[in-house]
Design a binder for this molecule. Structure first.
Ligand SMILES: O=C(O)CCC(=O)C(=O)O
Ligand SMILES: [Fe+2]
Length: 249
């Protein structure tokens, strides 16, 4: 059960300390002078707003999770990187340490609050060109896995999916088991399935915004209701980012 966590507190403390140490070195003090660097406009701050999508399973929509600076930064990085193939789309991992990456991970950790996460994985940026998609899946593994120095039975407890580039048509994130967005919801952010069903949450790419949800039930088994897919991009290019928080029991 979630409340049987043993060493998560120690691990997450170490994870946060490591990030804070790094942050004080790399963010705002790039020349090591102890003064905010004039060569960088970037300061790690967290400004976003949230909307509850559902309480069971827990899902939250986040407006402005990425700042305009962070979007530009990641889009620049996304033009330079070599991508690896995933099924029907491509991805790369944000180098670690990276001042913006560290700040984004710290933000995800903060939002995750007191939930029993132990550590966050490296940030993964994904790209879809026309025809590319991500088939129906869950973000956690079927079986718990060991994570060196953390625990023997770990799994991807928390998922954030954040949109970085929305100059595309299609590419919505689709959760077939979630309730459909209400009629009066913002159509820039939420869509509907073609069949007039009460189920099926369709979330449109809006740069900077994202979703947070919990993959596992209280007994650490898969919550099948969080299966999801990226519908195919039909025009333009979509960029997004996975931020995955692992917990161990
Ligand atoms: O691209 C999306 O909308 C979702 C991607 C996704 O679910 C994943 O990469 O695990
Ligand atoms: Fe996913």
């Amino acid at each position: 059960l979630w409340n049987t966590i043993q060493n998560n507190d120690l691990i997450r403390r170490a994870s946060i300390d490591a990030r804070n140490t790094l942050k004080s070195v790399v963010v705002g003090d790039l020349d090591g002078s102890g003064q905010p660097s004039t060569t960088s406009e970037y300061v790690c701050t967290h400004q976003y707003s949230i909307e509850m999508v559902s309480d069971d399973p827990l899902m939250i929509y986040i407006n402005g999770f990425l700042s305009p600076y962070e979007i530009d930064y990641l889009m620049d990085m996304a033009q330079e990187k070599v991508y690896y193939n995933r099924t029907a789309s491509r991805a790369f991992v944000v180098p670690n340490p990276d001042p913006v990456g560290q700040c984004i991970t710290a933000r995800a950790e903060k939002i995750s609050g007191f939930l029993p996460w132990a550590i966050f994985e490296e940030l993964q940026v994904v790209r879809y060109t026309p025809g590319e998609r991500h088939d129906m899946h869950k973000d956690n593994m079927d079986r718990p896995f060991p994570h060196e120095g953390i625990g023997d039975r770990c799994n991807r407890l928390l998922s954030f999916f954040v949109y970085i580039g929305d100059q595309c048509e299609g590419g919505e994130t689709y959760f077939p088991h979630q309730l459909a967005a209400p009629d009066d919801s913002d159509t820039a952010k939420f869509g509907r399935t073609t069949k007039n069903s009460s189920r099926g949450l369709v979330v449109r790419p809006v740069a900077g915004n994202g979703l947070f949800w919990i993959n596992l039930k209280k007994d650490w088994t898969t919550d099948e209701r969080l299966k999801h897919a990226s519908l195919p991009v039909t025009k333009g290019v979509k960029y997004g980012m996975n931020i995955l928080g692992e917990g161990c029991y």
